[in-house]
Design a protein around this ligand. Structure first.
Ligand code: SF4
Ligand code: SF4
Length: 310
């Protein structure tokens, strides 16, 4: 296949297609969420994104205890004595119990979709993309973990004339950074802390590769905005934000930082996955005053700064 040709049959695992977003790139956007992430931030609001494979979620609030799922499961993986109901060691995420669950207490996160199937979905939004100067955003997880699929999808979007944005952790292969250049209009790059030890402790990986890729992306001249999730007791202080802003300025081509205050919107998903949320209960969303103080630090360094949401 030629470099510019799109492999429309290429398949990947997607866990959501979200329309009418205004926070993830210019205009009104449709976000395609790809499954899988190499990092494990303790505050992650999309924990269902982390596993590359399909995953069964159980929401006890919707369950009417009809026991239909139990009779459907050939793996004997439904156990009413377990808090989360699903025996993870036995469940193969086949989704057969989901079919029988009319109240929607069981849901499979993750669907195999081809580039063509996704482009057909995106095409339904083309008028609003045009009218709002919006487009498509690939998110995750880490969308570039499914490297080949993400690349074909970006190429497909460009052949349709859509503005393309990727939200990335930066924890990606060097090669993919160079390959996506012609197909990406905007990169939203997460930088969470300059402190490698903290990065290892709270995120499960060193920040070295991320910072190297930040330099690479900047040198390639891709339009980039650095995004910082602002997390109390992690990086919600003047020094942490100053260090990120200094680094960003030194990159040369990146002129803007978005500060995204911590929130707890994903909490319920941890319960549905039968996982523990590892952020202290006493940690709250930073106040507007705190966010404005941090914003001023970035602006004083000479960068544009927005306080946004994520
Ligand atoms: S997804 Fe499949 S294996 Fe898992 S509980 Fe449901 S029916 Fe059983
Ligand atoms: S089928 Fe759904 S509603 Fe019925 S017991 Fe199973 S999870 Fe609960």
């Amino acid at each position: 296949m030629l470099k510019n040709q799109v492999d429309f049959k290429k398949k990947g695992t997607v866990f959501n297609i979200q329309r009418f977003s205004v926070n993830d790139g210019p205009g009104i956007r449709t976000i395609v969420f790809l499954k899988g992430c190499p990092l494990s931030c303790s505050w992650c609001s999309n924990p269902e994104s982390q596993n590359r494979n399909k995953e069964l979620l159980f929401n006890v609030k919707n369950c009417t205890a009809c026991h239909k799922c139990e009779t459907m499961c050939k793996m004997d993986a439904i156990n009413f004595n377990l808090d989360n109901r699903i025996d993870k060691d036995k469940c193969v995420n086949c989704g057969e119990c989901v079919e029988s669950c009319y109240p929607g207490a069981l849901v499979i996160s993750g669907e195999e979709m081809s580039v063509k199937e996704i482009l057909d979905e995106l095409n339904k939004d083309s008028v609003q993309f045009r009218h709002s100067n919006g487009g498509v955003t690939l998110s995750g997880g880490e969308p570039l973990l499914q490297e080949e699929f993400a690349l074909e999808l970006l190429k497909g979007c460009k052949t349709m004339g859509f503005h393309t944005t990727i939200e990335t952790t930066g924890y990606i292969n060097r090669k993919i950074v160079e390959e996506i250049v012609p197909w990406v209009d905007l990169v939203l790059l997460d930088i969470k802390t300059m402190d490698e030890e903290k990065h290892l402790k709270y995120i499960g990986a060193s920040n070295k590769r991320i910072l190297e890729n930040a330099k690479r992306i900047s040198d390639l001249g891709i339009n980039t905005i650095v995004r910082v999730p602002v997390i109390p007791e992690f990086n919600c202080d003047k020094e942490s934000i100053y260090n990120i802003a200094e680094f960003t300025k030194a990159l040369g081509n990146v002129k803007e930082i978005h500060l995204l205050p911590y929130h707890k919107f994903g909490l319920n998903k941890y319960e549905c996955l039968g996982r523990k949320y590892n952020v202290n209960d006493n940690i709250k969303t930073p106040s507007e005053d705190v966010m404005l103080e941090l914003k001023k630090i970035v602006e004083d360094i000479g960068l544009k700064c927005n306080v946004g949401s994520h």
